[in-house]
Design a protein around this ligand. Structure first.
Ligand code: HEM
Length: 196
């Protein structure tokens, strides 16, 4: 199949978890504290989508399917959208946009500060995700987009800090992130060595 025919597929794929979460919430299947479960679920998927986005290049290189790289941008944007919804759900459902509580939480709770930094680091990436911006920024674009690793590390620290049900998930998230980071570092070294 030609690449352009299936590149759009990443858009509905990224929307599926959101549809599932909203459906769960609407059908009252979110347990005794639906607001908390909703915030957590959106945050969980934000992290999974960031990892999925970062897996696209290694997957395309290892499986020799060049078209997969095109999904990286879409999954990255979905990760950003989920992170924004996670923030909005937190501010709306858990804090009711109370300015004094918001101010306190954003400055006093370390896991909220770390989550917010992870989210803020995604804004320049989303703002420069267009082809036009990539062309205009040239090599600076590649450097700037390394910020995704800052987001990833901060998001995992945030998840580690905020979770209340054991460290199993943190270990899985951190291991996948470590493999992706290692792949990126080793790949760069191999490519640099190959250059004359
Ligand atoms: C890239 C950005 C972010 C990612 C990937 C992310 C990811 C996550 C994940 C995976 C969880 C679930 C933890 C667990 O129970 O296992 C979570 C929970 C949570 N996050 Fe985030 N987060 C991000 C940004 C933020 C921001 C900006 C805020 C608020 C300012 C925030 C507030 C919270 C809160 C309050 C919870 C716990 C919900 C509860 O248990 O009541 N997060 N986040």
């Amino acid at each position: 199949m030609k690449t352009r025919y299936w590149t759009w597929l990443a858009w509905p794929l990224g929307a599926l978890p959101l549809g599932w979460i909203v459906w769960q919430a609407a059908s009252g299947a979110m347990g005794p504290d639906p607001a908390e479960t909703f915030v957590k679920a959106i945050g969980w998927w934000a992290l999974v989508l960031i990892l999925t986005c970062l897996s696209m290049r290694p997957a395309s290189q290892l499986l020799k399917v060049p078209g997969l790289v095109i999904w990286r941008r879409t999954f990255g944007l979905w990760g950003f959208i989920y992170a924004c919804l996670h923030f909005l759900a937190w501010a709306t459902l858990l804090l009711g946009w109370d300015p004094s509580v918001l101010g306190q939480e954003l400055t006093k709770r370390p896991y909220i500060v770390v989550g917010t930094l992870a989210w803020l680091a995604m804004w320049p990436l989303a703002a420069t995700s267009t082809r036009k911006a990539r062309r205009r920024l040239g090599r600076k674009w590649t450097k700037l987009h390394k910020l995704i690793f800052v987001t990833l590390v901060l998001a995992i620290i945030h998840q580690y800090w905020v979770q209340k049900s054991g460290y199993g998930e943190t270990v899985v998230f951190a291991s996948v992130a470590a493999v992706l980071l290692l792949y990126r570092l080793l790949k760069d070294r191999i490519l640099v060595k190959k250059q004359p």
